[in-house]
Design a protein around this ligand. Structure first.
Ligand code: SF4
Length: 349
């Protein structure tokens, strides 16, 4: 594969039309290419068989589809599959992890938006990896495009490696192509993008996208959240909630809060009261998540009984709360466990 060629994956139909025009081809060639890419998921320009031979040849001199197969996959005993995808847009051998989570009639894909992460959350392996670079829209979309189970997907969550709002241009482009009628044609109701709260990116996302939003809360208390999540300094959770209150979540669009439970730390009734006060009047739900221990993070796990108490308190006080099932822990695919810190160099091994 010629690395110097430019990727078509990640371009909008209008941009594909511009490329057609630039190559002296009719504008409808751009629409045809969009269909081949986002509807049929072809692997090469040569497979775009309703383009003339001349068109395919001319385009192939400069462009390629730009998709990349996963380098590796690991299967969990619970059916979860973790894939390792190469990152094309960064120099060097970078890669990201993507998690496929089948569950009865649903199949969710957890995609990554950055290699590593700048946010440094105490409980997260990706945070410990540090930041290596942003994924392009093509790198993000390739996780969907080249997924062997792509045809089974019902939901996509941007909850893999990275803070999506810190790479907002690529994330918005990817979600736009995913939801465009001439793109992947997904409903925004099937896509959720998470954030710790990065002000400018989150505001743009709320303004420019209709996809669901999930905020990583983990504590309603400023000092405690700051200790867990340095991002609290720049955008306190109270400010994030105040921003969210400016948007309408009473219709199709959903707002949720992710809450990892640490035993004796953030799972008390006092915390439940504070969460209730913080979220009162906001149409939202809270997803409680069990903490998965990581090396060098001295944080306690909670037990199911305390999580149920927290859930029942919240639900009893008007905030719909659920306990999220933990998936893929045995292959380090569960919440907070993703890392590609040591997966560079010979990726084929
Ligand atoms: Fe980054 Fe999310 Fe991990 Fe925090 S939890 S370090 S935002 S990947």
């Amino acid at each position: 594969m010629n690395e110097a060629k430019k990727a078509l994956l990640g371009l909008t139909t209008n941009e594909l039309k511009d490329i057609s025009a630039g190559a002296g081809l009719p504008a409808f060639t751009g629409s045809q290419m969009a269909k081949w890419l986002y509807d049929k998921h072809v692997r090469s320009i040569g497979e775009m068989t309703n383009l003339s031979k001349t068109a395919r040849q001319r385009l192939g001199e400069t462009y390629e589809v730009g998709c990349r197969e996963p380098l590796r996959c690991q299967h969990s005993s619970d059916g979860t599959i973790k894939y390792l995808f190469p990152v094309v847009s960064l120099s060097g051998s970078h890669c990201v992890e993507t998690v496929f989570i089948p569950d009865d009639d649903r199949a969710t894909l957890c995609v990554s938006s950055q290699v590593g992460c700048k946010m440094g959350c105490l409980f997260c392996q990706t945070g410990k990896q540090g930041f290596e670079g942003n994924l392009s829209a093509a790198d993000i979309l390739n996780q969907v495009y080249s997924l062997p189970e792509g045809g089974r997907l019902t939901n996509i969550v941007f909850m893999g490696q990275g803070e999506p709002m810190d790479n907002i241009d690529a994330v918005l482009r990817a979600t736009q192509i995913l939801t465009a009628a001439d793109g992947f044609a997904w409903s925004p109701k099937r896509i959720t993008v998470s954030s710790v709260g990065v002000k400018s990116g989150l505001k743009r996302f709320l303004d420019e996208s209709q996809c669901h939003v999930a905020i990583s809360m983990h504590s309603p208390l400023h000092e405690q959240r700051l200790a867990l999540m340095p991002a609290e300094r720049a955008m306190p959770i109270a400010e994030t909630v105040a921003l969210l209150r400016q948007y309408d979540f009473t219709r199709q669009r959903r707002c949720s809060f992710e809450y990892i439970c640490f035993g004796g730390l953030n799972d008390s009734e006092e915390h439940a009261r504070k969460i209730t006060r913080l979220l009162r009047g906001l149409e939202c739900r809270v997803n409680l998540i069990r903490f998965h221990a990581i090396p060098n993070a001295d944080l306690p796990a909670t037990d199911m009984g305390r999580m149920e108490q927290l859930r029942d308190y919240l639900t009893g006080h008007g905030i719909f709360a659920t306990i999220r099932a933990s998936r893929g822990e045995d292959i380090l695919a569960a919440c907070g466990l993703l890392s590609t810190a040591h997966k560079k160099g010979n990726l084929q091994e």
